[in-house]
Unconditional design. Structure first.
Length: 444
């Protein structure tokens, strides 16, 4: 399901009609998207050179680093990511000289309408239709590179119709979307490794041993050269800078603008993918990319806006859309680093979906958070705030319930805490979208 957008758009009626065609259950397969793309005269075969990115955590950040580096080298970069936070347009960034822009409402509506007309009344998922529309848009606008993020899984994801990318990328894997991808890390790795293409180089993040073994076997079958973090390249923090090294040499770069230890690895993934993909970029573009990168709702500091104004002076308001156990661990590490720099009592405002391991996510913050305030998310399968508060108490974090974001942030600022608190809103990208809309600071 798409995150809600604000205000009517020319494509609202189209999306409503498409929902009626959505299969009763999301059965991952490629038949529907392949049929539609054939009817559209195969736009997926007319795309710019592309890099295909799968994984559980870090996909979007890795794409954001690649975009920042490429645009710093004056490349025109198309980008397809999901989910959107506030508006559907965020999924479709059209490359331009001087930096890409989100697709306009009318242009997106036209592409969706063209896909709808070719699809007719045949069953299809909304994501499949959006992906077909993306391929239409990207095939018709000139660009140097397309950065293509997998929606769910990999092997049977709608994006996996592309045949010969410059490179395949698999970021950190963990247990998520188990209802679709499997209950074990090996099963999930099998789905993610399905994006590997014959003879196409692949960049792989640090993985659990069992997951890496699955990826290695699939790479051997596809004769896909592997470039594994820690084996073929490294990205480490040294004296507050990012030091990247591979067989082609060393880069000594500024620390990534995106906050958190995990972003050093994501930045390394981006650098490795661009170098493995043979794009031959100048060192200055890697330097500029580290400081220009932008990716909302990933340890994002909200220093102004309607929600931020509800907190007392000297407070901090942060936002992260993390929602699984490993994502929670990365957020907790980032918060611990913040605490070492400037000590403040931590309050979490949390909303989550019932499809997530809520206890596994929240237990990362036991001993860090003074209080959790639970809120609703306006999505199907949202955990009721009272039930989420009970889960927080089970992992030994005091919890309270509020009915909306505004009252939650307001009460966080009025707790008897000193000094002024550090407030983090987290637990869901859908909640993150609601936060950015309510704060008046949507992605650009």
């Amino acid at each position: 399901m798409n995150a809600p957008h604000t205000g009517a758009t020319p494509f609202d009626a189209i999306l409503a009609r498409l929902l009626a065609l959505h299969p009763r259950r999301i059965d991952l397969k490629l038949d529907r998207i392949e049929r539609l793309l054939a009817a559209l005269d195969h736009p997926e075969r007319k795309l710019p050179p592309l890099i295909h990115v799968a994984g559980t955590n870090g996909k979007g950040s890795t794409v954001a680093f690649m975009r920042a580096i490429l645009e710093a080298a004056d490349k025109r970069v198309h980008v397809y990511t999901s989910p959107n936070l506030v508006r559907l347009n965020e999924r479709f960034r059209i490359g331009q000289s001087g930096g890409g822009k989100f697709v306009g409402d009318n242009e997106l509506a036209d592409a969706l309408a063209e896909c709808e007309a070719k699809n007719g009344d045949a069953p299809i998922t909304v994501f499949e239709m959006e992906t077909a529309a993306a391929f239409l848009l990207f095939s018709r606008a000139p660009a140097d590179v397309l950065l293509l993020e997998v929606g769910l899984g990999g092997r049977l994801d709608a994006t996996n119709v592309v045949e010969h990318p410059l490179a395949s990328v698999i970021t950190r894997l963990s247990l998520d979307h188990r209802e679709f991808l499997g209950e074990t890390i090996e099963q999930i790795a099998t789905e993610k490794a399905g994006i590997l293409k014959r003879s196409v180089p692949a960049v792989i993040a640090n993985q659990p041993r069992a997951a890496l073994a699955v990826i290695e076997r699939q790479a051997a079958r596809m004769k896909a050269p592997l470039h594994v973090a820690g084996e073929h390249w490294t990205a480490t923090e040294e004296r507050g800078r990012l030091v990247y090294q591979d067989a082609d040499g060393l880069l000594d770069l500024p620390a990534p603008k995106l906050y958190g230890r995990h972003q050093f690895e994501n930045a390394g993934m981006a650098i490795a993918a661009l170098r493995v993909g043979g794009l031959n970029l100048p060192a200055a573009s890697f330097e500029a990319g580290m400081t220009r990168v932008d990716w909302p709702a990933r340890m994002q500091r909200l220093s102004h806006g309607r929600l931020a104004s509800l907190l007392p002076p000297e407070s901090e308001l942060w936002l992260d859309g993390g929602h699984n156990a490993d994502g929670g661990r990365a957020i907790a590490d980032a918060l611990a680093d913040l605490e070492e720099r400037v000590s403040r009592p931590l309050v979490l405002v949390v909303g989550m979906l019932s499809t997530k391991d809520c206890a596994g996510f929240l237990k990362n913050f036991s001993g860090l958070a003074r209080r959790i305030i639970t809120v609703p998310i306006h999505q199907d399968k949202a955990v009721p705030p009272a039930a989420l508060a009970d889960i927080a108490r089970l992992v030994d974090i005091p919890a309270m319930v509020r009915d909306d974001l505004e009252s939650a942030v307001d009460v966080a600022g009025k707790l008897d805490l000193a000094p002024a608190p550090r407030v983090l809103i987290t637990g869901s990208l859908y909640l993150a979208g609601e936060v950015l809309a309510a704060n008046g600071t949507p992605p650009e």
